[in-house]
Design a protein around this ligand. Structure first.
Ligand SMILES: [Mg+2]
Length: 225
């Protein structure tokens, strides 16, 4: 296999749990705020809201999609409510900043979150100017990964050559369509198991795995992989 940096000119990064670690607690905050939103909006208790949240995540891919399809919730309102987060717990990622700086080519964020959340997180990580574009859930017409249609739209919007594109994501099943459209895939093992993620069935779609994205990119930059 040829070296990654010789083959790749477009680098696609998921945001949450990929560019920073889940144990920062941010994911948990979003989860709690979503539960509160569902509870308030449907006038049910938190425990029932959690059940709905789990159900929609499984059946619709995201809680948001379930709330849109079943209850006509305005996606921008939902997203702004569930991202009223305490971002102070995210700190700068100097190692990642250095590796991204060296990496040649386009660097694009592809996230199921919204633009404001992405901008806020990147600022905390001190990675604000590292990316050429952000493909957020609004640009994906609120259709989340791993549904295939936003990947095709992503390819069209950014005039992507899949053969020279690599995608990083902590959710293994998000890399299945990535691999199917021809991207190279890198799974970030964030050390937690997302409740509807099925790593076993996605395994054969994962070209690379790493527990540390900065170390991985360091190896890429050195031409070691
Ligand atoms: Mg993620």
């Amino acid at each position: 296999m040829s070296k990654i940096k010789n083959k790749i000119n477009t680098w696609v990064f998921d945001l949450d749990n990929t560019l920073y670690s889940a144990d920062s607690g941010i994911f948990q905050q979003v989860h709690v705020l979503m539960g509160e939103f569902v509870s308030k909006h449907l006038n049910i208790n938190i425990k029932e809201a959690k059940e709905i949240q789990r159900k929609y995540y499984k059946q619709h891919g995201t809680t948001l999609r379930g709330m849109m399809d079943n209850h006509g919730v305005d996606p921008d309102y939902f997203l702004s409510e569930v991202h009223k987060l305490d971002y102070s717990i995210i700190g700068p990622n100097i190692d990642l900043n250095e590796e991204l700086k060296i990496l040649e080519g386009r660097k694009i964020i592809y996230t199921n979150a919204n633009l404001q959340h992405t901008v806020d997180v990147l600022e905390k990580l001190q990675l604000t100017n590292m990316f050429t574009d952000i493909f957020d859930i609004k640009k994906a017409n609120y259709i989340p990964k791993p549904e295939i249609s936003p990947y095709n739209q992503f390819i069209k919007d950014f005039n992507i050559d899949p053969e020279s594109t690599i995608m990083f994501d902590d959710i293994a099943k998000n890399l299945v369509p990535a691999k199917n459209v021809g991207f190279t895939s890198v799974w970030i093992d964030a050390g937690y198991e997302n409740f509807s993620d099925d790593i076993a069935s996605s395994k054969k779609y994962l070209d690379y795995e790493t527990k540390n994205i900065s170390n991985f990119l360091n190896q890429v930059n050195k031409g070691e992989i």
